[in-house]
Design a protein around this ligand. Structure first.
Ligand code: ZN
Length: 261
């Protein structure tokens, strides 16, 4: 049985448990495109249509700083900084009155020519990255421009000096380019350690997003924000299950794993 079939089956069982409301969710995407792992434009539109009828679409800052104004509040986040954010995502979100947070690898963003992605660095295949004028246009439209480091390094696997450089240099570059402080960070592959969390905080970031599955709670660690990763193979019913909390057991599994690792 496929991983998705298992998620559906266990979700049916855990869906019988009550889900805490109001619920705040940060969605994690990377890019839109015709082939997996990219989420298709048609699926993303379908998800937006469902969300616009069933949730408040808010910014990351609103999600982090206010008490929920609706039963379901959702913020969008996109890791790495692919060009589809400019070409596909921003226009679609705009139709629904929404904006997103993008976490950039600052070294991948070119001046005037889009750089090609290298899957060897952990990026999606066959993608191009945004260029700085496009990042500035997103910022001008209200998007939050966060950091995902300079390169796509696993900052739990490098020296403290290298991690500090990656955290500081990407923050400085983004702030300089965008003309406002870069306040939010996302870990590469969602990997973090207590030491790295301290470093992110010391570098002046106000939050750091992880890959831990779940909703944001008032007691969530600001330097390990949970997110819900939306995969390319999710049909609308899967998306609704994940966003609504029927699949929150995925996060319990990850946290158990971390506790024993
Ligand atoms: Zn990434």
């Amino acid at each position: 049985m496929s991983a998705l079939s298992w998620k559906r089956r266990i979700g049916l069982l855990s869906g019988m448990l009550p889900v805490a409301k109001p619920r705040k969710v940060i969605l994690l995407y990377h890019t839109l495109g015709p082939a997996a792992p990219a989420v298709s434009v048609a699926r993303f539109r379908e998800q937006l249509e469902w969300l616009s009828a069933n949730a408040n679409l808010v910014t990351l800052d609103t999600l982090l700083t206010t008490t929920a104004g609706a039963a379901l509040e959702v913020a969008f986040s996109f890791d790495d900084g692919y060009a589809s954010l400019h070409d596909e995502v921003a226009p679609l979100l705009q139709q629904f009155g929404a904006i997103a947070t993008v976490y950039l690898n600052s070294a991948c963003i070119g001046e005037s020519a889009r750089q090609a992605s290298d899957p060897g660095l952990g990026h999606y295949p066959d993608e191009q990255f945004l260029i700085w004028p496009e990042v500035q246009a997103l910022a001008a439209a209200g998007w939050c421009i966060g950091s995902h480091g300079v390169e796509h390094l696993d900052l739990t696997a490098v020296t403290a000096t290298v991690a500090a450089q990656q955290l500081a240099a990407s923050k400085q570059e983004i702030a300089g380019r965008v003309g406002r402080d870069c306040r939010h960070f996302a870990y590469s592959w969602g990997r973090f350690s207590p030491q790295l969390q301290q470093q992110v905080k010391a570098a002046g970031y106000g939050s750091a997003a992880s890959g831990l599955h779940g909703a944001l709670r008032t007691d969530s660690d600001r330097y390990a924000l949970p997110r819900i990763d939306i995969r390319a193979d999710y049909e609308l019913r899967d998306f609704i299950s994940a966003v609504s909390g029927q699949w929150d057991y995925l996060g319990y599994k990850q946290r158990l794993w971390r506790a024993f690792a």
